[in-house]
Every structure is written in C-alpha cells, then in structure tokens.
Design a protein around this ligand. Structure first.
Ligand code: HEC
Length: 300
C-alpha cells in the first residue's frame, strides 16, 4: 500500500526527530552530545539501521500480502490508492467531523420555516473546528488576563529590561575574569616586576623609536615627567595608547597591534618611569597631572 509519506522522507525525518530528542535530553554542556559522548554515535547508527530495517520489513510484508490477495481485492486496492486525497475515506471522515456539514441532498432537514421574500434560512451547525478554536481563545484570554493583569507577570518591555540588566551583570562578570577585554574604565596599574619587565620589552620594541628607550621623549613627548598632554594616570595613558593621540601628531592607536593586557603592562611601565629624570629629556609638555582628577580626558 502506498503510504502518505514515502519511505525516503520518513526515514530521515524520524531519524532527525530521534537525533533532536537525544540532543535535547542529554545534558552535554556547550558541546553537542554526539561529539561529547561517542557512544551516542553508536546508538544513532543502530537507530538508523533499525529504521531502514523496519522499512524493508514493512514493504516486504506489504508486497507479500498484495501477492496473496484475490484479483478483485487487488483492483479495489489499486482504485483506493489512485483516489485523490479529498476522495479518500479517512479524509472525508475527518472533514465531516471537523465541519459537521450536512450533505446537500439532506438540506431540506435543515430548512427553517422562515421565508423572507423567497430567501430561506438553513440551520447549519457551527463547525466544530470553529467552536473549539473559540473555546481555546476564551481559555487563553482568561489565563492571559489573570497572569498579566492580576498576578502582574512581566510584559515584553519588562522582560527586555530584565534581560538587559542581567546581560550587563554577565558582561561585567565576564570582563572581571577576562583581563584581555579590559578598557580604560577597568584597567588597573600593575606594579609587579615581571609585569613591568614585559611592559619594558613592549615599550622598547614599539615605542622607543619616538619616546626614546628611557621614555625621555624625542618625536613623542617625555613620558617620565609630571606633565601630560593627554592626561596622566593609568586610565588616561591606557586610553591614549589604545586610541592614539591627537590627529596628525604621530601617536597611532595601538588597539589592534597590542592586546589590552599588553597595553596595561606598557602603561604600567610608563607609570613606573615617573620621576626617573633621564638625561637630555625633552622639555615638559602639557599640564601637570594630579592623580585625583577623576575623569578620562576625551581625545579628538
Ligand atoms: C611614531 C612615533 C610614536 C610611536 C611609535 C609611539 N608614540 Fe606615543 N606619542 C607620539 C606622539 C607624537 C605623541 C603626542 C600625541 C599628541 O600630542 O596628541 C605621543 C603621545 C603618547 C602618550 C601621551 C603623552 C602625553 O603627554 O599625554 C603616551 C602615553 C604614549 N605616546 C605612549 C606610547 C606607547 C606606549 C607607545 C608604544 C606602544 C608609543 N607611544 C608609540 C609618538 C609616538
């Protein structure tokens, strides 16, 4: 017998439903279950083989049953199979359950005894699909009303606000444990010798050409004095190195070249140069920086 869905669709569809259920029910953390637990692959393979086997058995059984049918039964079956969907018996039954229509031959039984200038009225049943949808709407409305108007559940706007607030907390949490994502607001000054040593190497490799190896200044300003053009303190220095100096002055943004953690180290190293008074240093430029001055200086 021909099935509603052919086997070459049925097998993959069933397989993916089972696959989906396995992924849903097995707690495998952030990796799919079939990668985390190799055993799942074996189970899936068995499932696939079983599905194919069942299909083969069913179609074989169908073929045998068909063979032993008498001729007129065969003809009946063939006729049934060639029917259009809307002529099939089960489909007709379903439709009449959903609509409860009265066949046109029996229309007289529905006729109401009015006659409005020749316009007659039939007393049709409300179709069950409509009636039950209507009941479902009433139930939905009641639940909705109680949930949102009486019990005060969150509406969409509130949900969004809560999710955003939660996301903010999670981002802050993430930033705390991921120093490579630090910015000038979260940066802290490092004072440990190993960190400063790395900062020194970074400085000598990238910055000494303009600021001199001792930070005394050349093309770029003196980094060892109390005067800062773009603001002193760890946060401003981090900001300057990340975003660069004023346009056209030659201090580029190092954001893409150095990681935030490296910028933190080189900034801390620069902080440690303060008051080192190298020989022939460049004259001071900018304002004397007081650490208390809180806000980050906006550049450009
Ligand atoms: C091509 C030359 C050049 C290089 C390379 C360079 N700088 Fe600069 N830097 C400058 C100039 C020029 C300025 C002044 C910018 C301004 O006036 O806006 C400056 C400004 C600065 C300032 C701010 C000084 C102040 O007074 O506010 C800091 C901090 C700084 N540089 C750090 C670094 C670091 C760290 C590196 C290496 C990662 C580096 N620079 C590489 C040229 C350079």
């Amino acid at each position: 017998m021909k099935k509603l869905i052919p086997a070459y669709l049925r097998v993959p569809v069933l397989f993916f439903i089972i696959f989906g259920m396995i992924e849903y029910f097995i707690d495998s953390g952030d990796r799919p279950a079939f990668i985390k637990f190799p055993m799942v692959n074996v189970i899936l393979l068995v499932v696939l083989v079983l599905l194919i086997a069942i299909e083969i058995v069913i179609s074989a059984a169908d073929a045998i049953v068909y063979q032993i049918l008498p001729e007129e039964e065969k003809a009946k079956l063939a006729a049934q199979e060639n029917l259009k969907l809307k002529d099939k018996v089960w489909f007709k039954n379903l439709m009449s359950k959903l609509t409860r229509t009265v066949p046109i031959e029996n229309e007289a039984s529905l006729l109401l005894n009015h006659d409005y200038d020749g316009i007659k009225e039939l007393d049709n049943n409300l179709p069950p699909w409509w009636v039950y949808s209507f009941y479902a709407c009433i139930v939905f409305a009641a639940v909705y009303l109680v949930r949102f108007e009486v019990l005060g559940a969150d509406n969409q706007e509130m949900e969004l606000k809560k999710e955003l607030a939660q996301a903010k907390i999670e981002v802050a949490e993430y930033m705390k444990n991921a120093p490579d994502l630090m910015d000038e607001k979260t940066v802290t000054q490092l004072t440990d010798a190993p960190d400063l040593a790395i900062g020194k190497t970074l400085f000598e490799n990238n910055c000494a050409a303009c600021h001199r190896a001792d930070g005394g200044g050349q093309i770029g300003p003196n980094l060892t004095d109390d005067n800062w053009i773009l603001g002193g303190g760890i946060k401003n220095i981090f900001h300057t190195i990340s975003n660069g100096g004023r346009d056209g002055k030659g201090m580029i943004s190092w954001k893409g070249t150095l990681k935030p953690k490296e910028i933190q180290k080189v900034s801390s190293y620069i902080m440690s140069l303060r008051g080192s008074n190298p020989k022939d240093a460049k004259a001071s430029e900018g304002e004397i920086w007081e650490e208390e001055t809180p806000s980050v200086v906006e550049v450009k």
